[in-house]
Design a protein around this ligand. Sequence first.
Ligand code: AMP
Length: 225
Amino acid sequence: MVNSKGSGKGTQASKIQRDFGAIPISTGQILRNEVSSKSQLGKQAEKQMNAGGSFKQYDLHPLGLVEDSIMYKVIENQFNGETIRKQGWILDGFPRTVPQANQLDLVLSKLNQPLDYVLYLDVAEDIVYERIKDRLVHPGSGRVYNIAFNPPKVPGKDDITGEPLIKREDDDKETIRSRLLQYHNSTAPVLDYYKNAKKLVSIPSPTSDIGYVSIKDLLSKLVSK
Ligand code: AMP
């Protein structure tokens, strides 16, 4: 799934896993786990992830994205597992640039794993802001809630583990603005890349439930082929 923050891609990936068994590969979540475990890769990625976190730093690091060489390692590690290849997968947050899309093509062709669709979740920017502003995350699993649209059963607690939910540090207004700018600079060309490859499917998603109706319909046709 190609998109910027707050488009609901994490929520849609979980629903796809529930209904179709495809395993979500969220590059953002993988990087956050690497950062918390203080691995070598996590230490390298952390500075670059934080670069998107404030406008001052944003001037120094115009995209606030983690560099491609690190992202390639992340992606190749994920596709090493047999289960992922057998069960099917859904990428959440990768590729975000055209070089990443080229690299993904290389990795997938080596593994003989064709890409079926690239889903573009089409959400108006003011809706993106509203969603992110009220977002809570379970740090261990990456499960996402929204105080207004998708609240946890017990306020402030994860539905499955009962552990506390947090607000992600990078979910503030400045970061959201900088990420939308980043999206227009670097991720929008990825849409053209997949449009040319005839893989792109645009999913109007004013709410995640409305978006998921179209996604489910599309994937049900794919699995019944
Ligand atoms: P996300 O949870 O998808 O919003 O990702 C959180 C952060 O991880 C992003 O703001 C980037 O700093 C980094 N990140 C995730 N995926 C990628 C990617 N494909 N390329 C570069 N950086 C990424």
